[in-house]
Design a protein around this ligand. Structure first.
Ligand code: BV8
Length: 234
């Protein structure tokens, strides 16, 4: 079999947005150093102190207005436009930088900062005002909007579609993730089991580096455009 990829699955994490100025979770000074995960990224934390959690996500959403996609986001947007085979871009990130970098078919497996989910009617809506102000749900008017973000213990989105793509992939690329959180951290094993080649692009070796056929270390803003060049030149 030629090693030219025909079906690529890409998984990105917070590291791809780091050079845009968005804090990662586990690097020094990262989000989880300032907030206990259990307090701001679990349903129990939300039930215990909704104002703390709504404020945490309002702050992160507001920060999006002051950052720009970086060369890595733009390179993946170019890959999506120019790669002739199948490509599924899955992100653990809740920011919108992939879309602002030109990608249009992004699977946000952990949800998105810009979307609210109504705990009363279950409808999703675009967030127009800080959720800390308890705006009414556009569909049912109940003041029970929460961030449409997958917390620990909650089911990530579009898992069927992701596993189906991993089963067909001949190349799996993981970019800017520590490999600390499941089920995303297990995707490399799924891809391997299906016979895909596996490549990790990360600032430093991750918890899952040993699963990858190849691991390149460096900033995503440098590694990703170079890798996209390689793939498109084949
Ligand atoms: C679930 C959204 C059932 C919210 C997030 C024991 C064993 C196995 C699993 C578990 C277990 N105990 C509990 C679990 C389940 C749990 C879990 O995995 N816990 C961990 C802590 C052990 N998982 C869950 O609860 C998930 N749900 O399991 O449901 C199920 C199971 C299977 C199938 C269906 C259902 C839900 C988890 C989702 C939680 N939500 N985010 C928000 O954003 O606020 S998690 C959050 O952290 C991210 O979304 C991401 O997924 C995760 C990891 O973050 P990363 O993106 O990797 O970022 P991190 O800071 O960690 O690393 C950054 C990396 O970038 C570093 O490696 C760094 O070197 C690199 N980097 C930095 N700068 C750069 C760079 N790389 C390149 N360039 C740079 N410039």
């Amino acid at each position: 079999m030629s090693d030219d990829p025909h079906s690529i699955v890409i998984l990105t994490g917070a590291g791809i947005s780091a050079e845009s100025g968005i804090d990662t979770f586990r690097d020094a000074g990262g989000l989880w150093e300032r907030h206990r995960v259990e307090d701001v990224a679990t349903p129990e934390g939300f039930a215990r102190d909704p104002d703390l959690v709504l404020g945490f996500y309002d702050m992160r959403r507001a920060a999006l207005a002051n950052v720009e996609p970086n060369a890595a986001h733009h390179a993946l947007g170019r890959l999506e436009r120019e790669f002739p085979g199948e490509l599924l871009l899955v992100t653990q990130n809740v920011d919108n930088l992939h879309e602002r970098g030109g990608a249009s078919n992004v699977v946000h497996m952990h949800g998105e900062l810009g979307t609210a989910l109504c705990a009363s009617c279950g409808k999703r809506s675009t967030i127009e005002a800080p959720l800390s102000d308890r705006p009414p749900c556009p569909a049912c008017e109940a003041r029970s909007l929460r961030p449409d973000v997958v917390w620990f213990g909650e089911m990530p989105y579009q898992m069927e579609r992701i596993y189906e793509a991993l089963g067909r992939a001949d190349l799996f690329v993981s970019i800017g993730t520590s490999g600390a959180v499941y089920p995303a951290a297990g995707f490399v094993q799924e891809a391997k089991a299906a016979g895909a080649r596996t490549l990790e692009l990360n600032l430093e070796p991750s918890e899952g580096s040993h699963w990858f056929d190849e691991s390149r270390n460096g900033p995503a803003g440098t590694l990703v455009p170079g890798w996209v060049e390689e793939v498109l030149a084949r």
